[in-house]
Design a protein around this ligand. Sequence first.
Ligand code: AMP
Ligand code: MG
Length: 415
Amino acid sequence: MPVAQSSGVLSFEDARRVVEEHASSLSPRETESVDLLSSSARVLAEPVLADRDLPPFPRSTRDGYAVRSQDVTRTPATLEVIGEIKAGETPDKIPARISPGQAVSIMTGAPVPDGADAVVMVEYTSQKGSEVEIARPVSAGENVVPRAAEARSGSVLVEKGERLTDAAIALAASAGRATLPVYKRPRIAVLTTGDEIVPIDATPGPTQIRNSNSYSLSVQIRQTGGDPVLLGIALDEPRQLRSMIEQGLKADLLLMTGGVSMGRYDLVEQVLAELKAEFFFTGAKIQPGRPVVFGRCGESDKARTYFFGLPGNPVSTMVTFELFARPMLEALAGMSPRKLRFVYARLKSEIKVKTGLKRFLPAILSGEFEDSQVELVPWQGSGDVAATARANCYIVIPPEQEIFAAGEFVPILLR
Ligand code: AMP
Ligand code: MG
């Protein structure tokens, strides 16, 4: 598949498409086998197949009476009860067939016998001795799930490349799988840059800042299915920066934070250019995160490693990971590609912004039941992690609109 050759500053959508295209070109990874429970949030490496029909028999979804629907088109109708079937009933206790005028008492999860095509809920019946009076008609198929209606034996229950959720793991369990093949976690190098950045166990001087980005990124990497490899902090000095970048390029993906803005000491792009990196974009028209850089570096085709230069402001780092690094990491983790989708929520109070950038602003989605509303968290800009920590979503503001009235529906990206 041809990969778009773009560079410079792109719109958000174009930048995202460039990343998606490169992500789709990544090849599958090594696999390992893990216990069913440990497979939670991992990515499935081979499809899980149904080892039998689901359900394996026509299953009653109610407690009641299995009947021939044509016997109860006119109600009340009286039928002869010829037996009782509970869930898990041994086959020899199940009547071979229900004949006209007959019914069988049946429980939820029990097999509906031949001849019967519907189940009347027990609430609409009254049994006296061996006769039951049916008060309401049922249509054919009501309260019965036909054999194999959910899945046929041998069909795919969970696709390869899916992240294993509760429902996927339930399906694997129902197919008797105690272990699952999953992709190995990709190793993601994290390199922080900045003369002012100090490790969290150091006492910062008056103008120094503790390294928080390596930690937020590590959490995002773990949540996406990668293994973070922390390379530490590079000074804003080309030689050390270069050797640390070279080290980072040995991983499956390199994430750098800081040093990609326009300042005199923002050296990341310069050093990457010296290393003959290809740049796919060197900025996106977004806020926070405008200076984000995406590219690839390495001597041979095989040894080429993708990298992101994420802006150092902590919220920019988090947001640009979500928007751009995540799809690459997901692909390295073996996940099938998926599109970024926003959901809509009603705005609680008016928003005014300047036009020109697509904005992802920290916000709180609150309210109850169908009455949810979203509002911006007051913040001091893209360095304000404290505000972002209070947020549970980002409001997505398109670049061309200035005012959003209270009550309007706006797109949001959940955190
Ligand atoms: P930069 O992108 O290098 O211009 O940095 C932008 C802002 O983010 C500056 O205020 C930096 O001090 C801050 N910053 C950069 N890296 C980190 C980090 N690892 N942890 C916390 N803040 C950072
Ligand atoms: Mg810096």
